[in-house]
Write a protein that binds this ligand. Structure first.
Ligand code: SF4
Length: 263
């Protein structure tokens, strides 16, 4: 925990994610200097400042790109990436696909409140199609993005969902995600109390432990996730893919570059 006081609105779900993260790091007995927290832009992306780990509060949607480079350069570090549904699935959507496909050993936590909170309440990729606001009268009419299905189809090795109403459960998922090799994706339902005051209470009554227990069978997980209503909590898929190891660049010596790019 850092000395910086969070500026999130009182009651924002992101406070609980921070507590869950701290509990998870304590459980994993990871000293701050062995952990890097990388984020993009948005309310959720403020989280690196509130930890005493290495932190990088980066560019909108690019957290996974930065984190991938960091992990390749410093494989000894535990790299945790934090994002929100707008930052991670819209601006950073392409990076999300390829981070899953690469399967580097990263833990990706997305605080999903189905809205752009920092910019005052625009619909995000996960917003319900009929969510009616002044900014989108009658709703967007667009089907919400389903990040867990996309993660599975793109090759993520670990897929889970938590809810900030259960901090202990979120901490457990983060521990599990860090311990599982490869790309681990944890969606945390994190209500925005300021622009979506409907969420906190409604989600409390909707969330449940996943009906079908964890599986390592992608076909079974795909069938389950295709009918998932967005409120099943827990580990939903844990695959057996080994993390990507960058190949030794035997042919890419300094002399190679000198001859390739000599003017
Ligand atoms: Fe949290 Fe919403 Fe406030 Fe942002 S605007 S800090 S998401 S409650």
């Amino acid at each position: 925990k850092s000395a910086v006081k969070p500026v999130w609105c009182p009651g924002c779900g992101d406070h609980s994610v921070l507590v869950a993260f701290q509990r998870a790091m304590a459980e994993l007995a990871l000293p701050p200097e062995q952990v890097a927290v990388v984020s993009g832009i948005g309310c959720s992306s403020r989280i690196p400042s509130y930890t005493s780990c290495y932190g990088f509060h980066g560019v909108h949607g690019r957290a996974l790109a930065v984190a991938s480079g960091l992990k390749v350069a410093r494989p000894d570090l535990t790299v945790v990436v934090a994002s929100g549904d707008g930052d991670g699935f819209s601006i950073g959507g392409n990076h999300f696909l390829h981070a899953c496909r690469r399967n580097l050993d990263l833990t990706y936590i997305v605080m999903d409140n189905r809205i752009y909170g920092m910019t005052k309440g625009q619909p995000s990729p996960t917003t319900e199609s009929d969510w009616d606001t002044a900014i989108a009268p009658g709703g967007t009419g667009l089907s919400p993005f389903h990040p867990l299905v996309i993660a599975l189809a793109s090759g993520a090795n670990f897929i889970a969902r938590g809810f900030t109403g259960d901090v202990g459960g979120c901490a457990k998922l983060i521990v599990d995600a860090v311990r599982t090799p490869g790309f681990s994706f944890v969606q945390i339902l994190s209500p925005c109390v300021t622009f979506r005051s409907d969420q906190q209470k409604a989600w409390k009554s909707l969330v449940r432990e996943a009906i079908v227990p964890e599986t390592d069978d992608p076909a079974r997980a795909a069938r389950r996730l295709m009918t998932d209503d967005g409120f099943n909590l827990g580990v939903l898929y844990r695959g057996k893919r080994l993390p990507y190891q960058p190949r030794p660049s035997a042919n890419l010596t300094p002399s190679h570059f000198e001859s390739e790019f000599a003017i």
